[in-house]
Design a protein around this ligand. Structure first.
Ligand SMILES: NC(=O)c1ccc[n+]([C@@H]2O[C@H](COP(=O)([O-])OP(=O)(O)OC[C@H]3O[C@@H](n4cnc5c(N)ncnc54)[C@H](OP(=O)(O)O)[C@@H]3O)[C@@H](O)[C@H]2O)c1
Length: 277
């Protein structure tokens, strides 16, 4: 399926995985709307992609602000008259000792990762329905499948995105609109994991593994072409462990804790030290 001329709106396109996704779609000659708060970084990416022949619109957007989301959709339609693919990628991490979290940190994580995605999708869907065509990609995480300790708020938002995606798929089946939840493990060249490695000096264990921003971007393109309900992007493959967890929840939890808890606690400790908590 050719993506040439398709209009792809990507949130969180200024860095990490989102930047890689934009670059991949540009190679397919898609028209791009790039959204994030850092307008300078978006403009720099836009200059690179435009020089290589892409049509790009930059819209400074805070996805936790409903007014920004309305303007984002308005400007996208004004420029391209349609949105074929919405990639809800913007997100922030939240690896902390839960009892240390401030209320506004919890709210900001939920509003950015979950509420922003739901509201933006609500604004875009009517325009997709008009054309009986559209793809929603929601950037979840393996943390939404099995949440590690010290990341309960982050995991809750990602589990929420997986549920939201399932509901959309069921509701719009047969009406031209599909949705996929992408669930990457810890992702090299994504800002979130790279900052964790930097702050702790440690990588994840081999058993937990991980992936790369390029692999996640490739998965997004594959999802647009094949519309699966969900894609887990990780090496080594973790789906067998997740199936095991469904059958034997306590054993699954034990295994997940064994491979992820120490790393997640290190990140939370480093964040606590940095914040002086
Ligand atoms: N890296 C990983 O290990 C990993 C694993 C699984 C899932 N994920 C998910 O993948 C996505 C991207 O992660 P990443 O590692 O690439 O992170 P990143 O490098 O920190 O990039 C995050 C992106 O989100 C944008 N963003 C953050 N808050 C925003 C807001 N309020 N409004 C608009 N944009 C906002 C940032 O742009 P501005 O700061 O310019 O606004 C940036 O473009 C996230 O949803 C994350 O949860 C990451």
């Amino acid at each position: 399926m050719s993506l040439q001329g398709q209009v792809v709106l990507i949130t969180g396109a200024s860095a990490g995985i989102g930047r890689e996704i934009a670059t991949r779609f540009a190679k397919e000659r898609a028209c791009l709307v790039l959204a994030a708060r850092s307008e300078d970084k978006l403009q720099q990416l836009s200059d690179e992609l435009t020089a290589a022949g892409s049509e790009v619109l930059v819209v400074r957007t805070d996805v936790s602000d409903p007014n920004d989301l309305m303007l984002l959709v308005e400007k996208s339609l004004e420029r391209f008259q349609k949105i074929d693919v919405l990639v809800n990628n913007a997100g922030v991490d939240c690896f902390h000792h839960f009892e240390h979290l401030e209320m506004d940190e919890i709210l900001q994580t939920i509003e950015t990762n979950l509420t922003g995605t739901i509201l933006l999708t609500r604004l875009v869907i009517p325009h997709m329905l008009e054309k009986s065509r559209g793809t929603i990609i929601n950037m979840a995480s393996t943390a939404g499948k099995q949440c590690p300790g010290f990341a309960s708020v982050y995991g809750a938002t990602k589990a929420g995105l997986i549920g939201f995606t399932q509901g959309l798929r069921s509701e719009y089946e047969g009406r031209g609109i599909t949705a996929t939840a992408i669930c990457p493990g810890f992702t090299q060249d994504g800002g979130i994991y790279d900052r964790m490695v930097q702050s702790t000096g440690k990588k994840t264990s081999f058993a937990l593994g991980g992936t790369s921003a390029i692999a996640v971007a490739n998965a997004v393109l594959k999802a647009v072409r094949t519309s699966p309900p969900e894609m887990i992007v990780n090496w080594p493959p973790v789906r067998p462990a997740m199936i095991l967890k469904e059958i034997f929840p306590r054993l699954g939890e034990m295994l997940a804790n064994a491979v992820s808890r120490k790393f997640a606690k290190r990140v939370a400790d480093a964040n606590a030290a940095e914040a002086g908590r």
